[in-house]
Design a protein around this ligand. Structure first.
Ligand code: PNS
Length: 170
């Protein structure tokens, strides 16, 4: 690893989970600067707006002084070129993640040959955790306290409640 290199951890973070935070903390020990780059995933329906996800992440990582949270739109490969940062961090939870992550890493490298993707494995406690599952649990009235930071848990409960009110008001 070259001295002074920053790394980018991109994702949709809808919502940020303890698994994401585990990857952020691990990467903050490996690189001098981490940029958490939040975007809309066109293949997913988000329940928090981009700005809300940024705010939740900022609250959750405020104890890590080499981590900042920014947003981008459009192609990640183009964004990396704009900020001249070419190391991508992605978490790998299980073999089932591998195919999608492998494809994305190779596609990003094809779009910009400077890009290298570094995969980090989260703590075993988070290998089963995903934002989609957390949303489903919250929507079905389950307890998400073990899966997300406290600030996210509170906002998630409120959001799910207002979404279900909207649904039944129709
Ligand atoms: O947390 P996610 O939703 O798994 O993150 C996926 C994300 C946002 C990193 C990916 O969809 C992405 O990079 N989107 C930006 C658009 C882009 O560059 N697409 C081509 C990826 S090869």
């Amino acid at each position: 690893m070259k001295k002074g290199m920053s790394a980018v951890y991109p994702g949709s973070f809808d919502p940020p989970t303890n698994g994401h935070l585990d990857i952020i903390a691990r990467s903050s020990h490996l690189f001098p600067e981490i940029i958490v780059a939040v975007t809309d995933n066109v293949n997913k329906k988000h329940i928090f707006s981009l700005q809300e996800r940024i705010n939740l992440l900022r609250k959750s990582i405020k104890h890590l002084n080499n981590v900042s949270v920014l947003s981008f739109s459009g192609l990640l490969a183009v964004y990396l070129n704009e900020i001249q940062s070419f190391i991508l961090i992605r978490g790998l939870r299980a073999i089932s993640d591998f195919e999608y992550e492998f494809q994305m890493a190779l596609m990003n490298r094809k779009l910009n040959r400077k890009i290298e993707t570094v995969f980090l494995i989260p703590d075993r406690a988070y290998t089963f955790l995903s934002s989609s599952m957390v949303k489903e649990i919250a929507m079905l009235g389950g307890d998400t306290a073990d899966f997300v930071p406290e600030c996210v848990e509170k906002e998630l409960k409120e959001r799910v409640l207002s979404l279900s009110k909207d649904k039944y008001a129709k």
